[in-house]
Design a protein around this ligand. Structure first.
Ligand code: E4P
Length: 249
């Protein structure tokens, strides 16, 4: 199981890469939109420069921003040409039209990270189309089963329709079930495809997603301090240093 950092913030990326514990970086259009407005590819190049300085050769996922297959293909080729980074993965959201682009990109030798996946069916179709990574959105899968989902009429209408059609059942809103069952299917049929668990909402989601079978968990940097900190560690380190200081007097 590996950790990625889920951000487009250059400072957070640098502070993370300096510590050497992640194996990749994932970005998405909303994460990028949190950064100062500017040239998208220039920002991606700055991320790659940080990778080169601190952790050469780690994974970088950069997401397209279209639902049209032809535009997706064009953007992916532009990203590859402009960025020239051999560990670049193109993030393409799951969708009926997008599957054509995923299949063509995979055939063309691109590493595709099929993202915005919420179900086993989506994950299996993405893997079948040639995606190298499938990003399952842990937090949003869980959100889909929450009462709040029913406060959003449009969302609820499609959810009700999917449940009525038998396309989704209660288990589909349990991220641990979705990830663990997807992992079993991938181990059997798509051993080269890796599950990235994203959409992390709290620090315990990280270990839960890993224990459920995600190959990779991509973590917003705000959770790293929570992950590293433990009150009993603080207690024992303080004790060790105090005892040693007393012994040295
Ligand atoms: C990962 O790469 C995803 O884009 C990201 O984790 C999504 O998180 P969100 O559900 O908080 O938007």
């Amino acid at each position: 199981m590996k950790l990625f950092v889920d951000t487009a913030n250059l400072n957070d990326i640098e502070q993370t890469l300096k510590r050497g514990f992640v194996s990749g970086i994932t970005t998405n259009p909303s994460l990028l939109a949190k950064e100062p407005k500017g040239n998208f590819l220039l920002h991606a190049k700055k991320i790659i420069e940080l990778i080169r300085v601190h952790q050469p050769g780690i994974h970088l996922s950069v997401e397209v921003f279209s639902r049209n297959a032809d535009e997706i293909l064009q953007q992916a080729r532009e990203f590859r040409g402009a960025l020239g980074y051999d560990k670049l993965s193109i993030k393409v959201q799951i969708g009926w039209d997008e599957l054509e682009a995923i299949s063509k990109l995979a055939t063309d030798g691109f590493s595709v990270n099929c993202t915005c996946c919420m179900s086993i069916n989506q994950a299996v179709m993405a893997a079948g189309a040639g995606a190298k990574y499938v990003s399952l959105f842990w937090g949003r899968i869980r959100d889909g089963g929450s009462p709040d989902a029913e406060k959003q009429p449009v969302l609820f209408a499609t959810k009700s329709e999917a449940v009525k059609e038998g396309a989704l059942t209660g288990s589909d809103f349990d991220p641990a079930w979705v990830v663990s069952e997807t992992r079993k299917l991938f181990d059997a049929s798509y051993p080269g495809v890796q599950i990235i668990a994203g959409s992390i909402r709290k620090a315990t989601d990280i270990r839960d997603a890993a224990l459920a079978g995600a190959h990779i968990v991509t973590v917003p940097p705000k959770f790293f301090p929570q992950m590293i900190k433990h009150f009993k560690t603080d207690e024992v380190v303080t004790q060790f240093l105090k005892d040693f200081e007393n012994w040295m007097k």
